[in-house]
Design a binder for this molecule. Sequence first.
Ligand code: SF4
Ligand code: SF4
Length: 340
Amino acid sequence: MRKSTFLKWKIRQAAFITRALASTNHVVLAHIIPMRRCNLACGYCNEYDQTSKPVPLDIMKQRLDKLAELGTSIVTISGGEPMMHPELDQIIRHIRSKGMIAGLISNGYYFTPDRIKRLNDAGLDSLQISIDNVNPDEVSRKSLRVLDKKLRYLAEHANFHININSVIGGGIKQPEDALTVAERAVELGFSTTVGVIHDDDGTLKPLTEKEKEIFHAVKKLGNKDHARLNWFQDSIAEGKPYEWRCRSGSRYLYICEDGLVHWCSQQRGYPGIPLADYTMEDFKREYKTEKWCAPTCTIQCVHQVGILDNWRDPQMTPVQIRREQKQKEKERVGQVLRAE
Ligand code: SF4
Ligand code: SF4
């Protein structure tokens, strides 16, 4: 990444953080799925299929327009494998044309010099690739040995920010691979983070002593901004629950391939409302709703969004919110009757 592009990226980051701290009335980050299909089949993953078709471009544009209406700062395209979508570049262009930051999460398999240059032209701002191990095994083929050539292409041609995420937990056999991956990322000039892989319901799997040791070594190598934002991970690595306010369904949205809003990839079905019908009333309700799965949640990006509001606006359980709504409704009916 050129120095000038790096500076622009930092300035845009600072702008969205300032805006998010100044007001709670807009979406900070939305993950959108243009394609559930994936070319891989990682053993721990519950976010892919091998048959579905790409979401048509005009429908993607309508969804992006709605996200822009909700004031969204960053749209991250995820999957499945979004690089399999034939109109990915137009999707990125549309995000940028609405003034939003365009991010991409990919398994890295489809990067060639030409494909990277087209992503530069489309205006991609940032890319994250998760690499699970050094050599492919039956759990994961997102492997450094397979992807190293792609990483070299990216180092040479990409004009966008690149983060390499290594992982610990979730059945990855050689935890020390995370350190090898992180060292290679730093060597190529990328930022690096480490994630604790969730189990198949999205919650915590405690790390072994060896995994914990490697986890802390990789964190030391990593991006200092991310390390500051990811201090929840220290509790998670110890297997301890962590107290925070998850703002999913509000400041963070997960939009599936059917265009429904979900709390996140691991809590699909809540609230399960079509994005096209999503209102600020839904936004405000979810902002206030305490998520039962929060104490052991390992999803980094939602934690990072949560930090922006963790110091304000305590949440309530869904039961308390329903009670409050009923009480307000009673008061409203009472006022109408008294006026009559
Ligand atoms: S590459 Fe990503 S989406 Fe595909 S199976 Fe692996 S973890 Fe899931
Ligand atoms: S706490 Fe939030 S991000 Fe984490 S699993 Fe629950 S809804 Fe998803």
